[in-house]
Design a protein around this ligand. Structure first.
Ligand code: CMP
Length: 140
C-alpha cells in the first residue's frame, strides 16, 4: 500500500555533508521525495514536533540538539513507506543499527543519529502536517 512518511536529516548529517548520500539511499529504496525543505528549527518548533517525548529525560537535550543547526525535512512516498524507511534507517542507537543502514553508516550517538522517521501512520500524518501543507506535496 502506498504511504507517505516524514524524514528529517538531522544536524549531524548535514554537518557531515551526507545529505546527498541519504537522499540517494531513499531513491534507491523506492522512497520518492514529494517535498524537500532545508530549515533551522527553533527550540519551540523542535519541542512541538517531539511533544510525545516531553516527559522523557532526554527531551531538553533532544530539542536543543535538533535546533542546533540546519536540518532537511522531506516527505517520502512509496509502498509500505513507513516501515521501509525505518528499516533503511536502522535502530535508534547507531551502535545497535544493522550494517548497511543509514544510522550505522552516519550516526554518531543515540542523539546524533543522522535521521528521523515517522513510526506509524498517525505520527506520519501529524509530522507531515507539522512542516508541510497539502499544496506543498508534488503529485507523482
Ligand atoms: P528520533 O527517531 O528522532 O526520535 C526521538 C529521538 O530522541 C531519537 O530519534 C533519538 O535521537 C533521541 N534520543 C535521545 N536519547 C534517547 C533515548 N535514551 N532513547 C530514545 N531516543 C533517544
Amino acid at each position: 500500500m502506498k504511504e507517505k512518511t516524514l524524514a528529517i536529516i538531522k544536524p549531524d548529517a548535514v554537518e557531515k555533508q551526507v545529505i546527498g548520500d541519504i537522499i540517494q539511499r531513499y531513491e534507491k529504496a523506492g522512497l520518492h521525495p514529494l517535498a524537500i525543505r532545508m530549515m533551522r528549527l527553533s527550540k519551540s518548533m523542535a519541542e512541538g514536533f517531539y511533544a510525545v517525548h516531553r516527559e522523557r529525560p532526554f527531551f531538553h537535550d533532544l530539542t536543543s540538539y535538533m535546533s542546533s543547526g540546519p536540518v532537511v525535512v522531506l516527505v517520502l512516498e512509496g509502498d509500505d513507506a513507513i516501515k521501509r524507511h525505518r528499516d533503511l534507517m536502522g535502530a535508534t542507537d547507531p551502535k545497535k543499527a544493522d550494517p548497511g543502514t543509514i544510522r550505522a553508516a552516519h550516526g554518531a550517538s543515540i542523539e546524533a543519529n543522522a535521521v528521523h522517521g515517522s513510526d506509524s501512520p498517525e505520527t506520519a500524518q501529524f509530522e507531515i502536517g507539522y512542516f508541510f501543507s497539502t499544496t506543498d506535496l508534488v503529485a507523482r
